[in-house]
Design a protein around this ligand. Structure first.
Ligand SMILES: [Zn+2]
Length: 574
């Protein structure tokens, strides 16, 4: 073998070994998701209900199973099933009246369908649901039902709107054992067949456990259930720990949860790799935010406060396959779940978390984003301009509690290394200044992004280019009120010795004698033109950037996520 061939062989072997090395080296950090079921509030985190309907729409399935969830999220069936109806209503244990126009029950007794909260409760407990159910079924003249209370099964007979009415009825019912008149309680949840006064079940374990309802699905079909005109996978828990209205909480497998998030995070028409990136961030978010709303009995709400979640309603085959294709995958940094912040678009560069909020998060670093620009034409209002007069700015600031007179100057006083706004300053006609930094440089005026300039003021990113402009955004002939970038950052050109190159190439002194500026900046202008790009807070992933990477640059979901989350990696939960 000659030398050349030896070299080629060695080279080939090295490449093979390297390839093998990269294939066999696992992630340095393993991750195991602590739960598989997440708790999501329906309809949102502040809404509770006097009554709540469910309709089982699962394939060939029929009815419901009752039980409760333990603190480690295991469903405990009480053996209680209802197969006589697919439509049930959970309600407070009070005298409740049905209103047909709203198809709901509310507290009261004035109506034709009234569910009384006074029952004749037989004193002896039954060992299981079926024996209690058999005892209840022995009553032929009145509806009797099973009540699960603090670990025991009881039989309750009838529903009456007062203790006296129940006591008066009891002797005629053929009851052979001792009983107690049971009145409504703060924690009991009553289940009825919808639109009737037929009680199917009652549950009261104080604040220890809440009623869980599991829709029955047969033939291997996964259950889907209507609640408030949307359909959901999973089970439903009725939380009444504060003794008032019911809170409806969907206990749903995390993968099914993500399927209910993706269609509201990204258009179902977006490329699959972008949607997969969205699926991984949504899955990571919920796992990183378990117990966020624990004091209310759930993990996450279904609004933008957490993530918009609407069950199976908006899912498509593409959005579902984005979730299935990334099942169990999470974004981690050194083994810990990332906070997967994202936004619509960044306008050209993302930003360090500490330059927008407070904490410097190692994987939330500012990076220049070359991808968005390729799809800028597809993004509505990607480039934006708003104009304010000095008095409009003043009234905006006053509406936020700042005592100021007409604003005579508004400028960016500091840009970040990425060219986003770090700090802005308003000066009013009395010389008072008002400075806003980080996120408030965007929110104080309700701007679309933190990436903008005022009156053409400019700082470019990294290239060191010098930019000179006037207060109106156009270069004036005499450079009055002009700005330039010097070694100390952006500043106003001094009156006096400013030189410029003319159109014929000669260097001449600029006449700035007409300048009105004395430490102010925008001169006499009463109008402030704010020109920016992007929409959002710029921390983490750009959704439009993800779209562009997947659509035009052949990037995978892992490429997208590791681009926007510096040093993070995608791992599959063990
Ligand atoms: Zn929330």
């Amino acid at each position: 073998m000659n030398k050349i061939w030896k070299k080629i062989l060695i080279l080939s072997l090295s490449v093979l070994m390297l390839a093998g090395l990269f294939q066999t080296v696992p992630s340095a950090y393993a991750y195991t998701a602590p739960v598989s079921i997440v708790r999501v509030a329906l309809y949102n985190d502040t809404e509770t209900y006097e009554s709540a309907n469910l309709q089982n729409v699962s394939g060939a399935g029929y009815g419901y199973e009752f039980g409760y969830y333990t603190s480690d999220r295991q469903f405990v069936s009480l053996g209680a099933t209802v197969t006589s109806t697919n439509q049930i209503t959970m309600m407070m244990d009070r005298n409740m009246v049905y209103n047909s126009s709203s198809n709901s029950y509310s507290a009261g007794t004035d109506g034709s369908i009234v569910v009384g909260c006074y029952h004749i409760r037989l004193d002896s407990a039954y060992p299981d649901y079926s024996s209690a159910r058999a005892a209840a079924d022995s009553f032929s003249t009145v509806n009797a039902f099973v009540r699960y209370e603090d670990g025991s099964f009881y039989v309750c007979v009838g529903d009456y709107i007062s203790s006296a009415e129940a006591a008066a009825a009891a002797p005629g019912l053929g009851i052979t054992q001792t009983y107690t008149i049971d009145s409504g309680s703060s924690y009991t949840v009553t289940v009825v067949a919808s639109r009737t006064d037929t009680i199917l079940f009652e549950f009261d374990c104080g604040t220890t456990y809440s009623l869980a309802v599991r829709p029955i699905a047969t033939n291997g079909v996964k259950s889907q259930t209507y609640f408030k005109r949307r359909t959901y996978y999973g089970d439903f828990v009725y939380w009444r720990n504060t003794g008032g209205n019911l809170r409806v909480i969907n206990y749903v497998n995390v993968e099914d949860y993500v399927k209910g998030v993706i269609p509201y995070e990204m258009s179902p028409s977006w490329p699959i790799e972008a949607q997969k990136a969205g699926a991984i961030t949504a899955r990571t978010y919920v796992m990183a935010n378990l117990n966020k709303h624990n004091s209310l009995g759930f993990d996450v709400c279904n609004t933008i406060d957490c993530q918009v979640y609407r069950g199976t309603t908006g899912a498509t085959s593409t959005s579902d396959s984005a979730v299935d294709g990334t099942a169990g995958q999470y974004l981690v940094y050194q083994g810990s779940l990332c906070e997967t912040y994202y936004y619509s678009s960044n306008g050209g560069a993302t930003e360090n978390s500490e330059n927008v909020w407070t904490n410097a998060v190692p994987y939330l670093r500012g990076i220049e984003d070359p991808y968005e620009a390729a799809v800028a034409d597809s993004i509505s209002s990607y480039y934006w301009t708003v104009t304010y007069t000095g008095s409009e700015l003043a009234s905006r600031l006053r509406s936020r509690g700042y005592n100021c007179s007409t604003i005579v100057n508004f400028e960016v006083v500091e840009f970040t290394e990425m060219g986003n706004v770090y700090s802005i300053r308003f000066t009013d006609s009395n010389g008072r200044t008002f400075t806003f930094s980080k996120e408030s440089a965007r929110t104080v005026l309700g701007l679309r992004s933190q990436r903008y300039t005022v009156n053409g003021q400019q700082v470019t990113t990294g290239s060191g280019s010098v930019y000179v402009n006037s207060s109106t955004g156009e270069l004036g002939t005499d450079l009055n009120g002009a700005y330039a970038i010097g070694s100390g950052g952006v500043g106003q050109l001094p009156n006096g010795d400013v030189y410029a190159i003319t159109g014929t190439g000669t260097v001449e002194k600029v006449d700035t004698s007409a300048s009105t500026s004395t430490g102010g900046t925008s001169g006499t202008s009463d109008t402030f033109v704010i020109t920016g790009s992007g929409y959002g807070h710029n921390v983490g992933m750009s959704q439009w950037g993800a779209y562009s990477m997947a659509r035009y640059y052949d990037k995978t979901c892992v490429d997208i996520l590791t681009f926007y989350y510096t040093g993070a990696e995608v791992v599959t939960s063990n």
